[in-house]
Design a protein. Sequence first.
Length: 213
Amino acid sequence: MNVLVVKANNRPASDAVSTKMYEAFMEAVKGAENLNVTTYDVYEEDTPYFGQDLFNAFGKMQNGGELTDVEKRIVAAKQKAMDALTAADVVVFAFPLWNLTIPAKLQTFIDYVYAAGFAFKYDAEGNMVSLMPDKKAIFLNARGGFYSSPETAPMEMAVNYMRNVFGGVFGMEIIGEVVIEGHNAMPHKKDEFIEAGLNKVREVAKQLTLQHA
């Protein structure tokens, strides 16, 4: 079982709860002989932002033109992200809520793999067809405020966005979701909230190892 862990926070665990979640998951699956676990760190990878450079590169590749340095980098980065996702049976995302959404570096990874003919296609009637129904996804998210109430849930565009992309468009089965929230809003309960969430992360990891033993 190939497990791809997409790490989307470059802050240390001492400062970032989603990094703590990543480390807790990795520690829990460490030594599992039935899992082949690899990490794609969006902050360590060379990932030029998605835009016209990529489309220029595609045009030059069709016409045999010479690519610039940034065009070569973005083509290589896109292919690496797609290859990592292709090889994975389970994809685990560890990411924070920043300014109501996901980090820009994680968005770039998604932009690379969100491609017609790769993640989805359209049938003859124009309906979208998911191309990754055999893959599974796990979301590990941290947010300092409370976004699970009816009043604030519509503002949350990180976990909800990830569900729509990977569960909706790509068709992956979401087999685990752990959210730690409120630790900044209620600092006197910070340790309690975080430890309870990390225990849930460990449980999700344990279930993954047991399911594929």
